[in-house]
Write a protein that binds this ligand. Structure first.
Ligand code: PLP
Length: 448
């Protein structure tokens, strides 16, 4: 494959964009990223004209693939023709909010913003205001966007900013705990319960090698929050309208969070975020309440049109059946390939997300007993249970260099784009076909 044009663009980009990109993960591909030219269903064509099966799908938002259905395109084009925005409310915002509130069990009211980051920033501010407390419990290795309260690492006793530019005094309000560790969550509530404003957690840790929750974990967090008067905030920016379909992960897992953050899919490919939840909380945003929240572009008509029409299309067609079935085919196929070629590795994912986690199993598990064939479900009887990733900190112990420097570039040369590093998930869209599955499994067979 020839990548001359991408190489040349990257060379130019390095002079005018920091690291050559506008979002850090895009620069992760080795030796340099390919530049996208056009999307075509489940495929992407790069600046040099190379075509790939694309499992990045815009990092999650493109539930329907790169070709939007006629209804979505028409709604967006109409918005553009009617004038891009007004600084006044529009009917579309009401329609979209009604759709989300109708389908997502815990959501009665919501505020649209422009990114997942903005959603988690506002959710944390709201939780602090509602409770009159400062501390926020987050999961180690989790990602909630580029914001001060969550770019924190370490543990609850020694939190520290995970990037330059954040004062230590901010990080001290954040309590990182390991995902899937109910005892650690109980301990942090025993010690800090009266100061905890909220727990911010993803239902499935999808930015950390896709860690599925162990049985009872989310119930424990729900009980701890209720008991201590803290809010449970579910970050469904990735899982929303992907895991669990239209009712989102909270419907799938049967948990009732107080607040939910959304992003990605609900904008249909345009910049979006939202904070949803119980009216008694969400109503505390200005102007109905006292917690300041505002945005020039919030509820942008083109975004609302794209997001609403995408969700309506998903509601009226077999979108979730299709993407979940393709996801299952991939996970099952990968489970066989991994068993044969890389028995230490773990296939993870659920619904329409999947990944091969490059776990280091010192002694490959004996194939006795039932392993999960459709992605790790944290089954305690599974012979792989000890090795399978439980949370973000496990990813840093994976073979990240082998993934980034050897595996991923080889997949690219085989015409398949998988997640840009070992942390992120791969996403199935409605446009992916069984032929894409076959090509992808062939490429894994060749490159693992
Ligand atoms: C992507 C993501 C965010 C941040 O959303 P942006 O739109 O990139 O700001 C927050 N939380 C989770 C779980 C995400 O996956």
């Amino acid at each position: 494959m020839n990548h001359d044009r991408s190489r040349e663009l990257y060379d130019r980009a390095l002079s005018v964009l920091p690291g050559g990109v506008n979002s850090a993960v895009r620069a992760a591909p080795q030796p340099y990223p390919v530049f996208a030219r056009t999307g075509d269903g489940g495929h992407v064509v790069d600046a040099d004209g190379n075509r790939y099966v694309d499992w990045i799908q815009g990092l999650g938002p493109l539930l329907l693939g790169h070709d939007l259905p006629e209804s979505v395109t028409a709604a967006v084009q109409k918005r553009v023709a009617d004038g891009p925005l007004f600084g006044m409310p529009t009917e579309l915002e009401v329609d979209h909010a009604e759709f989300v509130a109708r389908h997502v069990p815990s959501v009665e009211m919501l505020r649209f913003v422009n990114s997942g980051t903005e959603a988690t920033v506002s959710a944390v501010r709201l939780a602090r205001a509602v409770t009159g407390r400062n501390k926020v419990v987050v999961m180690q290795g989790g990602y909630h966007g580029a914001q001060e309260s969550t770019l924190v690492e370490g543990d609850a006793d020694h939190p520290r900013p995970s990037t330059n530019g954040i004062p230590q005094s901010f990080a001290e309000h954040t309590l990182p705990v390991p995902f899937n560790d109910a005892d650690a969550a109980k301990r942090v509530f025993e010690e800090h319960g009266d100061d905890i404003a909220c727990v911010l957690v993803e239902p499935v840790q999808a930015n950390a090698g896709i860690a599925y929750p162990v049985d009872g974990y989310h119930e424990t967090l729900r009980d701890l929050c209720t008991g201590a008067g803290a809010l449970l905030v579910w970050d469904e920016v990735i899982t929303g309208f992907r895991v669990g379909g239209l009712q989102c992960a909270q419907g799938k897992f049967g948990i009732d969070p107080d607040l939910t953050t959304f992003g990605k899919i609900i904008g249909g490919g345009f910049p979006v975020g939202a904070i949803g939840g119980k009216t008694e909380y969400v109503e505390q945003f200005t102007p109905s309440g006292e917690v300041f929240q505002a945005g020039t572009f919030s509820g942008h008509p083109a975004t609302m049109a794209a997001g609403l029409e995408t969700l309506k299309f998903a509601a009226e067609n077999d979108v979730y059946d299709h993407v979940n079935d393709i996801g299952r085919q991939l996970r099952e196929g990968l489970t066989d390939i991994v068993a044969e070629q890389a028995p230490g590795y773990t296939v993870v994912g659920t619904d329409s997300i999947f990944k091969v986690a490059f776990t280091r199993a010192d002694s490959p598990p004996q194939a006795e007993g039932d392993t999960c064939t459709n992605g790790c479900r944290q089954n305690p009887d599974c012979p792989r249970f000890e090795e399978c990733p439980k949370g973000g900190r496990d990813v840093s112990r994976m073979e990240t260099d082998r993934y980034a420097r050897l595996f991923r570039p080889a997949m690219r040369e085989a015409g398949v784009l998988v997640s840009q590093n070992q942390y992120e998930a791969n996403f199935v869209s409605y446009a992916h076909t069984e032929e894409d599955v076959e090509r992808t499994l062939d490429a894994y067979r060749e490159c693992l």
